[in-house]
Design a protein around this ligand. Structure first.
Ligand code: 5AD
Ligand code: SF4
Length: 453
């Protein structure tokens, strides 16, 4: 393990690094790995860009608008460079991997998701004449031995990456190209990291992977035990009943009964599954190469609910994929009505260069129609979220306090096991405490609760 403390080092004498993070939770955790590596190399974090010697953006390529935002930020970073010539501007993460040399024309450093170990050497080698790039993808790198420096604000909840990369080739998705092949991390290092977090007061860990259900550790030696995702979940859950365990993301084709039963067995494994459906149309799902159809998805939801009746289920939906007909769109709406997701991330399809879809299928749904369908999906989900929350009225829930509620400092907020956000009157508890509450009324986003003795 690296020698860093769990929190950022404060040392005015060190050169400063400023990091902005975009995209998914995996990127949030990668920024923590990056900071760990840079702290070991003598840097310290700053939240003030004006005093940074190194400015990094950890970037996302998932949709075109994510990338456009970064180009805008690069222009702003350059203002810093005008003020202080020696400032290094670096782009790391998925966009670095995807755009490589094109980015190198604009910045001093380009480093992909598998090259963070080399950041100190790359930074050293930079001169005005020689910007540095490393975008080689690895089949082994999991950063298992790097202790991430935690960047969360409240010291309650942390991310642990259990695997990297992705072996599914969903036709619309850029991730396999930016993060490379799937590899699972040594489970014993995962348990150790979770234990360290718990020892430092953390009460919740979220195990991260592009497709956690395909987690599989075969070990280095023949004698090593094979560990699958359900077993890993159990290993982490056993650390303490006081440590909540969450995970993301599950793939509908891979989520196993064993995982569902393991969730049911441990109170501290949170009853929430993020299960991206993408579309309710089997025709679209086939074209998206999701390897399941509408019926399979509905069966998995039914299985989850038969074993864990109160399980929160959330999803991702894409509107306007190639060739999507009015009927395909309706299939998405009816699936959403059937399942009644607790919440959803909803997107208009954005063609990504290099993906299978960009080569094989035209991006032929006009922007206005994509937006219209997306708006219909968003409006429906609003009604479904309300409906799903209304079912919680009268229930008693155990909530992990995150801190004061944003709207009213006399109230606290925190999440129930299902991941639903609750607000309730404070009795002086602090972030990281557990409270028992009763739901009295709801909005589409929040459960409003009273206290239970
Ligand atoms: N266009 C729109 N949405 C996408 N997603 C992934 N690729 C694309 C794309 N090309 C969405 C999927 C995925 C989530 C992380 O982002 O819904 O689950
Ligand atoms: Fe995360 Fe995907 Fe964006 Fe990469 S492209 S940062 S994996 S969401």
């Amino acid at each position: 393990m690296t020698t860093n403390t769990i929190r950022p080092i404060i040392d005015p004498s060190r050169p400063k690094v400023y990091i902005e993070t975009y995209g998914c939770q995996m990127n949030v955790n990668d920024s923590e790995v990056i900071l760990s590596i840079l702290q070991d190399a003598g840097y310290a974090l700053t939240e003030n860009i004006e005093e940074a010697s190194v400015i990094l953006a950890n970037t996302c390529s998932i949709r075109d608008n994510a990338e456009q935002r970064i180009w805008g930020r690069i222009d702003q970073f350059k203002i810093q460079k005008k003020k202080r010539e020696n400032v290094i501007i670096g782009i790391v993460g998925c966009m670095a991997e995807r755009l490589k040399d094109k980015l190198l024309e604009a910045v001093d450093l380009v480093a992909g998701p598998d090259s963070y170990r080399n950041l100190p050497e790359l930074l050293k080698a930079i001169t005005p004449e020689s910007p540095q790039i490393n975008v080689l993808l690895s089949h082994e790198e999991t950063y298992a031995d790097i202790a991430p420096v935690r960047l969360d604000k409240n010291g309650v909840s942390a991310f642990i990456s259990i695997m990297r990369g992705c072996n599914n080739v969903c036709s619309y998705c850029v991730v396999p190209y930016t993060r490379g092949a799937e590899r699972s991390r040594d489970p014993y290092t995962i348990v150790k990291e979770a234990q360290t977090l718990f020892d430092n007061g953390y009460k919740e860990v979220t195990l991260l992977g592009q497709n956690v259900d395909s987690y599989l550790w075969k070990g280095d030696k023949e004698a090593d035990r094979v560990v699958n995702f359900a077993q890993l979940l159990e290993m982490v859950a056993k650390i303490s009943p006081e440590l909540r365990v969450r995970f993301s993301t599950s793939h509908p084709k891979d989520i196993s009964d064993e995982v569902i039963y393991t969730m049911a067995m441990y109170e501290n494994i949170c009853k929430h599954i993020h299960l991206p459906v993408q579309s309710g149309s089997s025709i679209m799902l086939e074209k998206m190469r999701r390897k399941y159809n509408r019926e399979w998805y509905l069966e998995r939801v039914a299985k989850i609910r038969s074993v864990i009746p109160d399980c929160g289920i959330t999803t991702d939906v894409i509107a306007g994929f190639s060739g999507e007909t009015e009927q395909d769109h309706k299939d998405t709406l009816t699936l959403m009505e059937k399942v009644v997701f607790d919440s959803a991330f909803m997107f208009a399809y954005s063609e990504r260069p290099g993906t299978l879809a960009s080569r094989k299928y035209p991006d032929d749904i006009p922007y206005s129609l994509k937006t219209e369908r997306l708006n219909e999906i968003i409006a429906l989900q609003g009604r479904m979220s309300l409906k799903s929350n209304e079912k919680e009225i009268g229930k008693t829930l155990k909530v992990l306090v995150e801190g004061p509620s944003k709207k009213n400092p006399d109230e606290l907020c925190g999440r129930a096991s299902s991941n639903k956000m609750c607000v309730f009157p404070s009795r002086g508890e602090k972030a990281g405490d557990y409270c028992t509450v009763k739901v009295v009324s709801v909005t589409s986003a929040t459960l409003i609760c009273t206290r239970v003795e």
